[in-house]
Design a protein around this ligand. Structure first.
Ligand code: HEM
Length: 444
């Protein structure tokens, strides 16, 4: 612990706070090399000013260790106003302190190993259904299809919705809602924030309908909504309807937005690296996969896991995470003042050539047992964040990505159609600008 006087004598990190009020927010949105440029100029700890707040950006294994081990002491979760309002006051990501810890403990049960194994058959069934649908289309714009598929997986398996028109409706309003998450919070009918706020209302109405339907059922279910409905606090009271709705909204959002992004990156990267598909198929033959998976078989598919890890390294769906500084502290001899924001950055860390060789290359073998490039230092592969706020759905996400990849590669071929922009638009999560147009067919 450093005394207040010593702390105040420490310099602030280098960097600039930009213009009054808006700081550097506009360049943060517009310049995809925002962090790269500042990292080259100032190093791995620098100050900026985002969303109306002075902010210190932290990049690197040591910085992540510092932040993740001091969550809830020096730091607390914090989001830009648009995100906070759209997620709602009762959302796990917004909660802090003991409330966060107890809710997290509860929601984590939906992702314990036994629960995860229970999701596998349903995931395979849905995956099979969607793959067959895409086969009949022959040519498709994949991103919106992947979004509906992923939404179906999350809502059917975690909330128990009926697949079909309900899923499609929810998935569509979710998209407009998500587009407002990182926007200027001006509530007018034509602003992204205004449209998103309207969609939040529609989403909560629909979720309330689903909750009421579930409350009529006589036999409880073991999915995430089942846990929330059965939960009791220390005094034996159930969660309020408002809290259940916000938590369901969060699970549905977190359970499909990030996943859709990683699936589309995976489909694109595999199409561009056919040698990786060949190796995946060789592994499938070796473990005897003929179209139906079990947890043992998935464990044996180590190359499959490497591929998924590499996709999440190269194109992390979440670029970083914000925290508010609760108590002044220091890192690398720089002062981190109380009341400021801290942003840990994932993208830059994952492209660090002192950790990953040729970091811009798609190379799943970097995660093989002999190379294990992420192992020498902790917190160097952090697509799911870390510490007390690490992604609670990590095991579900990894399962969904592996199941999808296994079935896709086993049964199908796909080719990128010409004349399309394959660059990513980055907000709210990376997605191919033209939606990833492909020719899709069953393997001959
Ligand atoms: C938190 C990434 C899938 C639920 C997080 C965080 C990251 C992340 C980076 C931490 C943010 C921070 O530090 O502020 C991802 C990625 C996913 C994914 C890359 C897929 C590839 C999922 C899924 C679910 C989920 C499938 C649930 C079904 C959550 C929740 C939190 C969270 C509830 C908040 C945890 C807390 O505040 O304690 N996720 N996530 N995520 N994620 Fe995920």
């Amino acid at each position: 612990m450093t005394s207040n006087e010593t702390l105040r004598s420490r310099p602030l990190p280098p960097g600039t706070l930009g213009l009054p009020l808006i700081g550097e927010t506009l360049s943060f949105f517009r310049d995809r090399d925002f962090h790269k440029k500042r990292r080259e100029k100032y190093g791995t700890v620098y100050k900026t000013h985002l969303f109306g707040q002075p902010t210190i950006v932290l990049i690197g294994s040591e910085a992540n260790r510092f932040l993740f081990t001091h969550d809830n002491t020096y730091f607390t979760a914090s989001f830009p106003p648009s995100t906070r309002i759209l997620l709602g006051p009762n959302s796990l990501t917004i909660q802090s302190g003991t409330e966060h810890t107890s809710r997290r403990r509860l929601m984590a049960q939906a992702f314990f190993p036994q629960a995860i194994a229970g999701y596998l058959p349903g995931m395979e069934q849905l995956t099979d259904r969607y793959l067959k649908q895409w086969e009949t289309l022959q040519e498709l714009t994949w991103y919106p299809e992947l979004r509906t598929y992923m939404f179906d997986i999350a809502s059917t398996l975690l909330i128990g919705t009926e697949t079909g028109s309900e899923t499609i409706y929810l998935s569509q309003i979710f998209q407009t809602w998500a587009e407002g998450l990182f926007s200027i919070p001006i509530n007018l009918p034509w602003t992204p924030f205004g449209k998103a706020l309207h969609c939040r209302k529609l989403l909560l109405e629909k979720i309330e309908e689903i909750v009421h339907r579930r409350q009529q059922e006589t036999a409880p279910r073991n999915d995430a909504l089942g846990l929330l409905l059965a939960a009791k606090d220390e005094e034996g009271n159930g969660l309020s309807l408002d809290e259940i709705k916000d938590q369901v909204l969060l699970l549905l959002f977190a359970g499909h937005e990030t996943q859709t992004s990683s699936l589309s990156s995976l489909c694109l990267l595999l199409a561009q690296h056919p040698q990786v598909i060949t190796k995946l198929r060789e592994e499938q033959e070796k473990v005897g996969f003929t179209g139906s998976l079990n947890m043992e078989m998935l464990k044996e598919m180590t190359y499959l896991e490497q591929v998924v890890k590499e996709v999440l390294r190269l194109v992390p769906p979440v670029a970083g995470g914000f925290r508010r500084v609760l108590e002044s502290c220091e890192f690398n001899n720089y002062q981190i003042p109380e009341g400021w924001m801290v942003l840990y950055q994932i993208n830059q860390l994952h492209k660090d050539s002192s950790i990953y060789s040729n970091p811009q290359e798609f190379d799943p073998d970097r995660f093989s047992l002999d190379r294990a490039e992420d192992k020498p230092k902790p917190f160097t592969w952090i697509p799911f964040g870390g510490g007390a706020r690490e992604c609670v759905g990590k095991a579900f996400a990894m399962l969904a990505l592996r199941v999808f990849t296994a079935h896709l590669v086993h049964g199908y071929d796909w080719e990128l159609l010409p004349d399309q922009n394959l660059e990513f638009s980055m907000i709210p999560t990376p997605s191919p600008r033209d939606g990833l147009r492909v020719k899709f067919s069953r393997r001959g």
